[in-house]
Ligand binder design. Structure first.
Ligand SMILES: *[C@@H]1O[C@H](CO)[C@@H](O)[C@H](O)[C@H]1NC(C)=O
Ligand SMILES: *[C@@H]1O[C@H](CO)[C@@H](O)[C@H](O)[C@H]1NC(C)=O
Ligand SMILES: *[C@@H]1O[C@H](CO)[C@@H](O)[C@H](O)[C@H]1NC(C)=O
Length: 337
């Protein structure tokens, strides 16, 4: 969702690439340390989602395909090409090269390995995506919209079910916040800060969540639930401590107010009953996994923001989620944060 810099939470290394009849799981090279530069596309062609096997079938022509990363300049590219060529052959797999490699090597050499077709996605489901051409396709972009996968919600939630130890740690932490409360409702709060405070203003003509937004969102849950407990996670904890009123005793800053690991924070949010997100895919997924009520910051960019070319608000937030409008006035006065 954030084309500006790394958008992916690093502990979700699995990407799902598909075309209409094919689903490919990509295992990045670091999961296969013996083959440092290679990463594997293990394709289970013609399998629908629920029948995909991660292991190649015995039929050699159906054993899958391999590719290699396209890193470095000419010499590196030649090395990667030759290595892929040899190792794929040795292992009886079809090799495909990335578009970037083709672009560097094909003008010079009569190379023969086929190119992985690359298909750039915008972040909402379109009719044309039901029929993407090409047998082996590399989907690119920053897709995240529920419009791609919400009809498979149960399967997606299964894919993102936590390891037991992660689940246990999150539940232990939440149980520890309960105190004397007898009927507690956990509300995970994710406050995106960091670089985006500036980037939103300067690049995307938008704002991030402010103090008033968080007060309103928390007020919603305080009115509705008897004993809410707010669990705040953020990459800007100092700002949170200064701007979130904790005087009622129902606000807890995860990791004693220091930033903790994204994975731990995410697990906490997902184990809460409800979600207050601000902006960003991290909060969207926390809300999606928590599965309760989700409040999000709405209309936080100007109508002429370049952001609207790559995402549509209606495809970003589930229809039943509750939007609270952002205060765009800092964009007029030129102050942010
Ligand atoms: C192997 O797969 C190819 C392509 O799908 C198919 O044409 C061929 O009949 C298969 N061979 C066997 C022995 O199953
Ligand atoms: C627990 O709280 C919810 C709302 O927060 C309320 O609807 C429910 O009746 C409460 N249950 C008990 C046993 O007090
Ligand atoms: C709220 O979340 C806690 C912690 O995950 C869970 O144990 C509890 O069952 C949830 N309550 C409801 C009403 O879903």
């Amino acid at each position: 969702w954030w084309p500006y810099s790394s958008p992916c939470v690093p502990w979700l290394p699995l990407s799902i690439f598909y075309n209409s009849s094919l689903l490919i799981y990509i295992h990045y090279y670091y999961q296969f340390p013996l083959t440092s530069n290679l990463f594997f596309f293990i394709a289970a062609s013609t399998s629908p989602l629920n029948q995909v096997s991660l292991f190649p079938t015995p039929n050699a022509t159906e054993r899958g395909m391999w590719t290699v990363n396209s890193a470095g300049r000419l010499g590196n590219q030649m090395g990667e090409y030759a290595t892929l060529y040899a190792l794929a052959k040795m292992n009886g797999r079809q090799a495909y090269i990335p578009m970037d490699m083709h672009r560097q090597l094909a003008p010079l050499f009569r190379i023969t390995l086929p190119v992985l077709s690359r298909f750039r996605l915008h972040d909402w489901m379109s009719e044309e995506y039901r029929h993407i051409e090409g047998k082996y396709v590399w989907l690119t972009g920053y897709p995240c919209s529920w419009t791609f996968y919400h009809h498979l919600r149960q399967e997606i939630l299964q894919e993102f079910s936590f390891h037991d130890h992660v689940k246990e740690e999150a539940n232990r932490y939440l149980a520890g916040l309960r105190g004397q409360r007898r009927n507690v409702t956990y509300v995970g709060v994710h406050v995106w800060r960091g670089d985006y405070v500036q980037v939103m203003a300067e690049h995307w003509k938008g704002v991030v969540a402010d103090k008033a937004y968080l007060e309103k969102a928390m007020g919603y849950f305080r009115d509705k639930y008897q004993e809410p407990v707010f669990v705040v996670t953020s990459n800007g904890m100092e700002w949170c401590r200064e701007n979130i009123d904790a005087s009622r005793g129902d606000v807890y800053f995860s990791g004693e107010g220091k930033e903790s690991s994204p994975g731990r924070d995410f697990a906490l949010l997902a184990h809460c009953n409800h979600t207050i997100m601000t902006i960003g895919t991290f909060g969207i997924w926390a809300g999606y996994l928590a599965g309760g009520e989700t409040i999000y910051l709405a209309n936080y960019i100007l109508p002429d923001s370049p952001f609207l070319k790559i995402l549509k608000p209606a495809a970003t937030f589930l229809p039943e989620w509750i939007g609270i409008d952002a205060d765009l006035s800092p964009l007029w006065s030129g102050t942010t944060g």
